[in-house]
Design a protein around this ligand. Structure first.
Ligand code: GAP
Length: 440
């Protein structure tokens, strides 16, 4: 048996995602909308598992971080104070020949990627990425609102609320996950860059002199999160932002990059934001956002380190990294080697056939297992094809009910996705075995 992990191309992933119900093109029956994607029955499970894994690591398993779910629509004053109204822009250029628009920093050698003309671009103008809308029925300046371009600002504006409610002492963090919106000039590469996406962000508040040490700490922690969830470390790296590419709020930024099929690209940004945000909000709102350290009898505005990741981009990285084509005894198989915590289905229940002797027992086992684990039940086609289908969607364990089960031993066969090894287990012991394999 030869096992060769392959770095697959994006089309293979897009096609698997659609065929198996992970991700569909949005509005497809109307010809699609280009930059929007819908998550299908398996995608919604995978997405939730990614989000839950993040929440477990960042909130549930920590003493020093609490959660928040702030609104997508905030006062427009928030975005003025945060600098997004003035500075959250990308340089927009247009090709005079084909009139396609691009982000200037995405263009190489003045060459239009669409029509191939050289030197035909207009001067760059700054284009604000925030989606603007109006609150209420009248479209007037006084009613302007924005869809949030990052979840972070809802955390800063609630700093004092959360601190007072939880009586947390510095250092502590506030985490949230949720949708963000950016009117990106160019989208594409599947779910890598879209206009509507979901973020997982945590703002960690520290004493000013501890900012850079905390940045180092979070770099290590966040890299470990990806490798603990099975991402190949050879396809992960840090990239430090140069001074001239730092966001308007940042003192230092490291990206965690993944080797996507489109090349090394940002998966997560870990930024040292200094006291920029809390100070801006304090100055703009007139509300004190200082912290009083009662041990040292000192008052200061906390500094912030922010690990900020994207659910959709993580999901893409997990799909790409898990996708494996293997040759087994002269036959090829496709396996999605997702970490057990991320796999949409943890277990599949497969009666050998639809024979009436097998079905009641298979349903009985299904009812036991699904109470604890997200479980699929599949009785169509040959058992070999069903194994292949479960391999392709990353189900860690298949449980087969056969005639021996009902006629002889009340036991089932459990097949491991990665090793393809099979063990025979009494149904009475199945729960404990799965518990051990899926959580132990
Ligand atoms: N609060 C800081 C912040 O928003 P960012 O680097 O702009 O930082 C953080 O975004 C993460 O959000 C990115 O690393 C990426 O995973 C995700 N993200 C940002 N823009 C995205 C887009 N247009 N489509 C999909 N994901 C995006």
């Amino acid at each position: 048996m030869t096992i060769e992990p392959t770095l697959t191309d994006m089309n293979t992933i897009v096609s698997l995602a659609k065929r198996r119900g992970f991700v569909f093109p949005a509005s497809e029956i109307y010809g699609g909308i280009g930059s929007s994607w819908d998550y299908g029955p398996l995608g919604v499970e995978l997405k939730r598992n990614v989000r839950d894994a993040w929440w477990r690591a960042m909130v549930q398993e920590r003493d020093d971080i609490v959660g928040l779910d702030s609104a997508i629509i905030q006062s427009p004053l928030v975005w003025e104070a945060s600098g997004h109204v003035a500075g959250f822009t990308d340089p927009l250029i247009e090709c005079r020949s084909c009139h396609r628009r691009y982000r200037a920093d995405h263009i190489e050698k003045d060459l239009c990627p669409d029509c191939g003309e050289v030197g035909q671009f207009t001067e760059a103008r700054q284009f604000n990425l925030m989606f603007k809308t109006f609150l209420g029925p009248v479209e007037e300046d006084a009613a302007v609102a924005f869809l949030r371009p990052e979840t972070a600002q809802g955390i800063f504006t609630n700093f004092e609320n959360v601190r007072t409610a939880t009586r947390k002492k510095i250092p502590f963090g506030i985490a949230q996950t949720g949708k963000s919106f950016r009117n990106e000039i160019t989208t594409g590469n599947f779910i890598f860059r879209t206009r509507e996406f979901e973020q997982m962000e945590m703002e960690y508040f520290v004493r000013p002199e501890e900012g850079f040490a905390s940045l180092e700490y979070w770099r290590t922690e966040r890299m470990r999160w990806y490798t603990d969830l099975g991402i190949n470390p050879d396809r992960l790296r840090f990239r430090q932002h140069d001074q001239d590419e730092l966001a308007h709020y940042a003192a230092a930024v490291y990206d965690i990059e993944y080797l996507f099929p489109i090349g090394w690209s940002e998966l997560e940004g870990i930024a040292y934001r200094g006291d920029f945000d809390l100070r801006q909000h304090q100055d703009s709102s007139g509300r004190k956002l200082e912290y009083f350290d009662d041990e040292r009898q000192e008052r200061f505005i906390p500094h912030v380190v922010e690990p900020a990741s994207g659910v959709d981009r993580c999901l893409l990285a997990f799909l790409v990294d898990g996708y494996t084509e293997e040759e087994v005894n002269g036959e090829s198989r496709t396996v999605l080697k997702l970490h057990r915590d991320l796999a949409p289905y943890k277990v599949a229940i497969l009666p050998l056939s639809r024979n009436q002797k097998l079905v009641p027992k298979a349903r009985e086992v299904y009812d036991i297992v699904r109470k604890r684990w997200m479980t699929d039940y599949d009785d169509s086609q040959s058992i070999g094809r069903r194994y292949r289908r479960q391999d392709e969607i990353g189900t860690p364990y298949c449980v087969t009910i056969d005639f021996q089960t009902v006629e002889e031993d009340d036991a089932v066969t459990v097949r491991d996705r990665d090793t393809m090894e099979q063990v025979r287990v009494p149904i009475a012991e199945l729960g404990a075995l799965l518990e051990d394999h899926l959580t132990g």
